[in-house]
Design a protein around this ligand. Structure first.
Ligand SMILES: Cc1ncc(COP(=O)(O)O)c(C=O)c1O
Length: 379
């Protein structure tokens, strides 16, 4: 939310004139942001980058994922989650979600092949994945877990923050996220090696930045995904209010649970949640997709199947199989040729999404105004 505190923080950095992270020998605004996030989340390393997409790519590079690897991704997520493995030469393998709207651990077991290297689990809509089950499967099969927490910045699962439980995590700070700077992102990890590799990759791979990276890691070429000091200042000003904002979401979920158990009758059901005690998002489902469509057409509600490129069937760029150059086609060097995304790859996911609606909780809006806004919602 852009409030006075955010404006003051941005002005302070503008007035100081140091807009780039690596421009002076002083501790940069980006570094201050990273340290504050580390403390808030209880994670070893945070790297500020310029988007959630680049955070996912850096996390994959950090963990050593590349050509020939298969990466399990849920069939319901923003298209960037599936695009990231392709950007590092690996291929995404679609995995079903279950009624919690997050990746289905049972289908993870079905989709693991001898080529599977990693799973990207996605905490969609501020709803958390079944991390205990996922981490147990990953341990059993020696797989890397990357948490796409772009839509769950600050959210907790059984006392641990999203993005800090796997080998690496990714945050987005785009305009729709829990804290935002228009665009922005962060990589989180407890691994010094993953951090060093992500740090190099986000900075054209041309330097070992003194004091932060492991100097024994060989240098390699990367991209420029650096965060600006201005973005960091805008974000820093929002960190103190993040938990309060999440509490407001939690309170509004409770408000809806009360409402739904009363006047709404029993044709509308609340989706199961992988950690109900800390839940800060809410979705509901119907037996009949048409009822979900009607409910989802109201203000502040959205039927999930109608949310565009969050559904794998709408990932036209990936499904077309066209890459920016024919010789840079990860599917061409994938070990199996039957992993391409098809219309019918994940029927369970489509069947869940057409019956499920998100109830938006708008934590930026004061409670009275919110209740007026959603007060007229009908079943
Ligand atoms: C689940 C998920 N993953 C990745 C991204 C990519 O983040 P960005 O838009 O910052 O690149 C988003 C952004 O909407 C997202 O929701």
């Amino acid at each position: 939310m852009i409030n006075v505190r955010v404006i003051a923080s941005a002005l302070r950095v503008l007035a100081g004139g140091e807009l780039a992270r690596y421009h002076s020998s002083r501790v940069s605004e980006v570094e201050r942001f990273e340290l504050e996030m580390q403390n808030l989340l209880g994670v070893g390393h945070v790297l500020g980058v310029n988007s959630g997409t680049s955070a996912l790519i850096c996390a994959l590079v950090g963990c050593g994922i590349g050509p020939g690897d298969e990466v399990l991704v849920p069939a319901y997520t923003w298209v960037a989650t599936a695009a990231a493995p392709l950007a590092v030469g690996a291929v995404p393998v679609l995995t079903e979600i279950n009624e919690t709207l997050t990746i289905d651990p049972e289908d993870i077991r079905q989709k693991i092949s001898p080529h599977t290297k990693a799973i990207i689990v996605v905490h969609m809509l501020n709803l958390v994945c079944d991390m205990d089950a996922i981490l147990a499967i990953a341990k059993e099969h020696n797989l890397i877990v990357i948490e796409d927490a772009c839509q769950a910045v600050g959210v907790s699962y059984r006392g641990r923050r999203c993005g800090t439980m796997g080998d690496a995590g990714a945050f987005s700070f785009n305009v729709l996220k829990n804290i935002q700077a228009g665009e922005g992102g962060a990589v989180l990890t407890n691994s010094q090696r993953a951090y060093t590799r992500a740090l190099m990759y986000h900075d054209v791979g041309s330097y070992i930045r003194a004091g932060r990276a492991d100097p024994s890691e060989p240098v390699f070429i990367g991209q420029n995904y650096r965060m600006t000091n201005l973005a960091a200042a805008i974000l820093r000003a929002q960190i103190p209010g993040l938990d309060k904002k999440l509490k407001r979401r939690r309170d509004r979920r409770r408000y809806w649970l009360d409402r739904l158990s009363g006047s709404f009758g029993n044709r509308i059901k609340v989706s199961p949640h992988n950690d109900p005690d800390s839940a800060v998002g809410i979705t509901v489902y119907f037996d009949d997709p048409e009822e979900a469509r009607v409910f989802g057409s109201q203000r502040g509600i959205a039927r999930l199947i109608d949310t565009d490129r969050h559904i794998y069937t709408n990932w036209l760029s990936i499904r077309s199989g066209v890459t920016m150059h024919p010789k840079l086609d990860p599917y061409a060097w994938a070990p199996r040729n039957d992993v391409r995304i098809r219309e019918d790859s994940c029927p369970q996911t489509l069947q869940i999404l057409e019956r499920t609606c998100e109830i938006k909780l708008f934590p930026e809006i004061p409670t009275l105004v919110y209740r007026q806004f959603v007060g007229k919602t009908r079943r």
